[in-house]
Write a protein of this length. Structure first.
Lengths: 353, 179
């Protein structure tokens, strides 16, 4: 069992701030849901069955060997705090953590490839790339899926395709999603309208942690919802088009804002920077909103001292469990705000040119 | 009885949703016209209203037939896992792969409602001839036995088990494609 503390020391590879539109599109993820034919889905599986699935999938992954320097973590063999840390890291989900028995994750050391074992479906293969990089995320996820599908027997049936526990995933079993920073859309009060438009093109918009999560720091997750009546290639093309449209929308909003209120935005950037450099107490939400202002200020060229990578790391390491892992002990919410403020202050002064 | 907006002859039974220049167009159509439209067959006339939209997705790049209603058999249940259609409707989750057979009749309509279609259009799924899953399972059992053998200091048995596990490992490696 690897030490979770090892993970805290290096940020996940997909936060590197590389790729297309790194400031606006933080990351691109392709997730593939698969089930083993001979086991019941996880709403009906018994603990002994989950145990068997866990062993089989792990063994298959070990043999395929394309997940680089893999970590394998059984969620029932680590503490609650560590499980919560893995949620913040996007390596597991609230559903898995709620009942961790017989559930596990198998991921590459750079955290770009991850297989959740016994989530809602037996396998959730996921590849996350930095920036807007649909093609590579898709190719990598598909390769792993194909290798696994050769040696494991997936549940598949015509005319429906790959069978999943929830019929919203049946067919391709593929969901594409991107994490986007959309302050322009928010300032222009276009979120509702964006959500409606996305709905029409079979996509959905949610908060940072996906389904049911809150909006934090103007960061959104936009996901595809279509899995039937469409080929993998068509899905890829269509979703590419959708995200291009959202990028254009955000760009347009930012131009409009720049024309209308450049001084105001520049002022807001520097006020946010000043608060982050001086505050003695910072809640995650407050910090995230100021990071958003810095991101926008960076895009406009108001500030030049910080990279997208730094801003990505600030956002992730400011999360409640990350802060506690950085300090190495359990903290009350008030204590967290204090340590967060000092972490942010130190990070901002250390990376400045 | 509402008439189909396309042919104005048959009864409108489906809600047809189409994106024309980024604008959602909802039309009440009969089965025949809806099927024609979704296949991209020529129509006698088309009427798409235009209004401001955030997106400019190409016309008719996304479409689907959303069944307004479908006939449902309420008393179906899956013999394999015991899931009932009623319970599924409450939770939205199936119990096993065989549920898709057990609820087949209802599913076409149900999937049309959420996806606009029930047909898979992806790459065909090809599994290799040999079931490596079974080999993996056998290996896992042998590994347990090996552990026991070592604990009870039955080294002769342990050596045999180790050889067998080695064989199985080679078999698995031979079919996982990378070795």
């Amino acid at each position: 069992m690897p030490d979770i503390q090892e993970l805290i020391e290096k940020p996940p590879g997909w936060l590197s701030g590389e790729g297309k539109y790194p400031e606006m599109v933080l990351s691109t993820r392709v997730r593939i849901a698969r089930n083993l034919k001979k086991f019941p889905f996880n709403v009906k599986s018994k603990e002994a069955e989950r145990e068997e699935i866990l062993l089989i999938v792990k063994e298959a992954l070990d043999n395929i060997g394309i997940v680089e320097n893999p970590y394998y973590i059984r969620l029932d063999q680590i503490g609650k705090k560590d499980r919560d840390f893995l949620i913040e890291r996007h390596l597991t989900t609230f559903d898995m953590v709620r009942d961790p028995a017989g559930r596990g994750i198998y991921f590459s050391s750079d955290e770009t490839t991850n297989v959740m074992i016994n989530e809602e479906d037996h396998l959730r293969i996921s590849v996350i790339m930095p920036g807007f990089n649909l093609k590579e995320a898709f190719e990598r996820a598909t390769l792993l899926d194909e290798k696994l599908g050769e040696i494991l027997e997936y549940a598949f049936m015509e005319p429906f395709g790959y069978l999943t526990s929830c019929p919203t995933n049946v067919g391709l079993g593929i969901r594409i999603s991107v994490l986007m920073h959309l302050p322009g859309v928010i300032i222009n009060k276009n979120l509702k309208s964006l959500a409606d438009n996305l709905n029409l093109v079979r996509a959905t918009i949610r908060g940072l942690y996906g389904e049911g999560s809150e909006i934090v720091g103007n960061i959104f997750q936009i996901s595809s919802t279509l899995t039937l009546g469409i080929s993998e290639q068509e899905l890829l093309e269509k979703f590419n088009e959708v995200i291009d449209s959202v990028i254009e929308l955000e760009k347009g909003a930012r131009e409009e804002i720049y024309k209308k209120m450049k001084d105001l935005i520049e002022d807001k950037t520097y006020r946010s920077l000043a608060i982050l450099q001086s505050a003695r107490l910072l809640s995650f939400k407050e910090a995230a909103n100021h990071f958003s202002a810095l991101r926008l200020g960076l895009a406009y060229g108001f500030i030049l001292d910080y990279s997208v990578k730094t801003l990505n790391e600030l956002l992730f390491y400011s999360q409640p469990v990350h802060i506690q892992k950085l300090i190495g002990k359990d903290l009350t919410p008030d204590e967290r705000d204090k340590y967060r403020a000092s972490y942010v202050k130190a990070k901002l002064s250390s990376v400045k040119n | 009885m509402a008439l189909c907006e396309e042919c104005k002859m048959r009864e409108a039974t489906v809600l047809y949703v189409e994106i024309v220049d980024g604008v959602k167009v909802v039309r009440h159509l009969c089965d025949v016209c809806a099927e024609k439209l979704s296949l991209g067959l020529p129509q006698e006339k088309r009427g798409g209203k235009k209004s401001d939209a955030l997106f400019n997705i190409k016309p008719s790049s996304i479409k689907g037939i959303f069944q307004k209603d479908y006939k449902e058999k309420t008393h179906l249940h899956c013999k394999h896992c015991g899931m009932t259609w009623e319970y599924f409707k409450k939770t939205g989750k199936f119990g096993c792969a065989y549920c898709y057979e057990a609820f087949f009749e209802n599913l076409k309509g149900y999937l049309k409602k959420i996806h606009g279609t029930y047909e898979y259009r992806g790459r065909p799924y090809k599994k290799s001839g040999i079931n490596v899953e079974n080999i993996i399972e056998e290996k896992l059992v042998l590994e347990k036995e090996l552990k026991q053998a070592i604990e009870t200091e039955d080294f002769e048995r342990a050596a045999k088990l180790r050889d067998r596990i080695k064989e199985l490992n080679e078999k698995i490696a031979g079919h996982s494609g990378t070795n």
